[in-house]
Write a protein that binds this ligand. Structure first.
Ligand code: UTP
Length: 289
């Protein structure tokens, strides 16, 4: 295994079908849906960059090329903005193309999150790497991927971000059971993907941010389809746990899963209320409803 201690690479799975957001996602990727003033994927990439990531691989499916276009240089647009004197907008557009090195890989068949991550094997090589779900925005005092990267540096072990949810909704998530090691830090003892409603083993669930070592790929390759007939990352992580320790970091912050309709609306309102330009008017309007 690599002796690299710092996490520089990140994989962003964004190849899902987005069934829960149809018809919005028929022709447009859910990762391109706008929250306040930018697409979801841009929030995710910005978190990675703030976390010290320099190389990103975004996993897309056929038809989702607009994700690539969002981060590509557009000389015509730049020239136009410059001619019109729109310098602030020009700066934003140029910044987008220079955030970090972003590459793309296809997952041609949507066989699940675990299978999407397998598409990153060549990109990852022998390095530890972060995974950030492309439809999940995290609000936290410090960039969450960076916190996980620091946990990895200390433990040299894979680590997942956790949040606490009500027991009545835990069946929708991957659930983490573990022993407390220190404040907000747990060693995993059991992992279950979407447990049955009447058998929820813990209220701590995965939050869409992970750090792995490349040995996860061997376990992903040996993972058979599980819940929903998809290759489940959780099943591969459980297999990995037979060989090495895996940790969970209960983070201080909020996870916004933009992949369902209600949370999409809520996220727009909550992040709108944090936007300097619109927060006062939005608040007044919400108060008048
Ligand atoms: P989800 O299960 O939320 O995505 O996967 P989905 O399949 O698009 O959603 P629905 O259920 O159809 O509405 C979480 C993340 O994993 C990616 C998704 O793009 C999302 O970022 N994913 C999922 C893949 O890249 N490939 C897959 O085969 C499945």
């Amino acid at each position: 295994m690599s002796m690299q201690h710092v996490i520089k690479k990140a994989v962003i799975p964004a190849a899902g079908i987005g069934t829960r957001m149809l018809p919005a996602t028929k022709a447009q990727p859910k990762e391109m849906l706008v929250i306040v003033d930018k697409p979801v994927i841009q929030y995710v990439v910005e978190e990675a960059v703030l976390s010290g990531i320099t190389d990103i691989l975004i996993i897309i499916s056929d038809g989702k090329e607009v994700l690539r276009e969002h981060f590509s240089k557009d000389q015509l647009l730049e020239d136009l903005l410059r001619r019109k004197g729109k310098m602030a907008e020009l700066e934003e557009i140029i910044k987008l193309t220079t955030l970090c090195n972003i590459q793309f890989e296809y997952q041609h068949e949507q066989k699940g999150l675990g299978d999407a991550i397998l598409c990153a094997e060549k990109f990852v090589g022998n390095d530890p790497f972060a995974v950030l779900l492309g439809d999940t925005i995290i609000e936290s005092p410090q960039p969450l991927t960076g916190l996980l990267a620091r946990d990895y540096e200390k433990t040299q072990s894979p680590v997942v971000a956790l949040q606490q949810v009500g027991l009545s909704i835990a069946h929708r998530y991957g659930v983490f059971v573990g022993d407390k090691i220190s404040d907000r830090f747990y060693k995993a003892t059991q992992l279950v993907e979407k447990p049955p409603k009447d058998n929820i083993p813990s209220n701590m669930v995965f939050s869409g941010r992970y750090v792995f070592t490349p040995d996860i790929f061997r376990h992903l390759r040996n993972t058979a389809p599980g819940v929903n007939d998809e290759i489940q990352l959780t099943d591969a992580m459980r297999s990995l746990m037979t060989e090495r320790d895996l940790y969970g970091h209960l983070f201080d912050g909020v996870r916004h899963d933009v992949g369902n309709k209600l949370d999409f609306i809520k996220t727009n309102v909550l992040l709108g209320l944090k936007n300097e330009e619109m927060k006062n008017q939005l608040k007044a309007w919400l108060g008048s409803l």
